[in-house]
Design a protein around this ligand. Structure first.
Ligand code: HPA
Length: 235
């Protein structure tokens, strides 16, 4: 039992999928895993362990933003021995060639997060949060094997969903090769590096930020299923 997760030692698998939404965690467990057990419902931030093709996999809701991501990822790694962690979620696209429902495998995360500012900024350091290369390669291989195209991208892990200066920041980042915006990958990658475990993000584009276009519920569901297959084959 850790502060925010009520599992006993051994109840969480070394392979963990991380959706932001706890009800997404429940949906994944019920629809993609077998022999499922719920190991925690503290704060309704649900966590489940089950099997996928005989492989033990956990799925843990993390909430939104880097502080919440940091709480769950720290506890999964330090208390429960998580070794391979993949965030599965949605992102907004700022790149006109990256369209609604496209799948993104995240290679690196630019960030304005206060978390990394607190860690590194006071030393004048700009730290580069990057995904684990082996996990990244396995995800690319899985997407090719399954025939589901995916783009390897750099994301912007933003602290603010409602950011008055968001458009200015997104336009600047696009010029420097950043394609999408979400709110968690930088913290996951930073903690993966800190504790020597493998971390990756696999995302689906749910909105075009500049064009103000959004996926319908049905489109979200179909693209979510493809992303989950890639994540489960990879983890
Ligand atoms: N901004 C931040 N996070 C997001 C977005 C967005 O537009 N879409 C999905 N996650």
């Amino acid at each position: 039992m850790s502060t925010h997760i009520a599992a006993e030692a051994g109840q969480i698998a070394p392979r963990v999928l991380l959706p932001g939404d706890p009800l997404r965690a429940k949906f994944i467990a019920e629809n993609f895993l077998e022999n499922v057990q719920c190991y925690s419902s503290v704060r309704n931030m649900l966590g489940f362990t089950g099997t996928y093709k005989g492989k033990e996999v956990s799925v843990q809701g993390t909430g939104m933003g880097t502080p919440s991501q940091g709480i769950y990822v720290n506890e999964l790694i330090q208390f429960y021995g998580a070794k391979r962690l993949i965030r599965v979620g949605t992102c907004g696209s700022i790149d006109p060639t990256l369209r609604l429902r496209d799948m993104v495998i995240v290679q690196a995360a630019a960030t304005d997060s206060g978390m990394n500012h607190n860690r590194f900024g006071i030393h004048g350091i700009l730290y580069p949060p990057v995904a684990d290369f082996r996990l990244l390669r396995e995800a690319v291989d899985a997407s090719e094997r399954l025939g589901y195209p995916a783009r390897v991208c750099t994301t912007f892990s933003s602290d603010q969903f409602y950011d008055e200066n968001g458009e200015e920041k997104d336009k600047l980042l696009l010029k420097y090769g950043v394609s999408c915006v979400e709110m968690e990958c930088s913290e996951l990658f930073t903690l993966g590096a800190r504790f020597g475990v493998q971390a990756l993000g696999i995302l689906t584009v749910s909105d075009m930020i500049f064009e103000k276009e959004y996926c319908s519920a049905k489109e979200r569901e179909q693209s979510f299923t493809r992303m989950m297959e890639v994540a489960l084959e990879t983890i």
